[in-house]
Unconditional design. Structure first.
Length: 101
């Protein structure tokens, strides 16, 4: 089952939350027009290495089971392009998304 929900970020800005229920796991992501945060399934190393030319703005939080947890959790890793915007490891998901607007 898949669920898509609006995620208000303040100042009239809304991101898109996506939850995909799979056998024994749930994939979570919240995206803006410029970038996204995602659960532990995101391979930041792949984005930084093999897909570096795409300059993807993304962050990964581990151990999250809901979109609400993804917003509150500290990011465990971020892409180099995200770092260039001031998004850092340890920043919570909601603050990172606001920098992706």
């Amino acid at each position: 089952m898949m669920r898509m929900v609006p995620i208000p970020l303040g100042d009239g800005i809304t991101a898109l939350g996506v939850e995909v229920k799979l056998p024994k796991t749930t994939l979570l992501s919240i995206s803006t027009d410029r970038g996204y945060i995602m659960c532990g399934a995101l391979d930041v190393g792949l984005l930084n290495d093999r897909l570096k030319d795409r300059e993807i703005i993304a962050g990964r939080a581990v151990g999250v089971k809901t979109l609400e947890e993804l917003l509150a959790a500290p990011l465990e890793s971020v892409t180099t392009t995200a770092e260039s915007l001031g998004i850092t490891v340890g920043m919570n998901g909601a603050d990172a998304l606001r920098l992706m607007i």
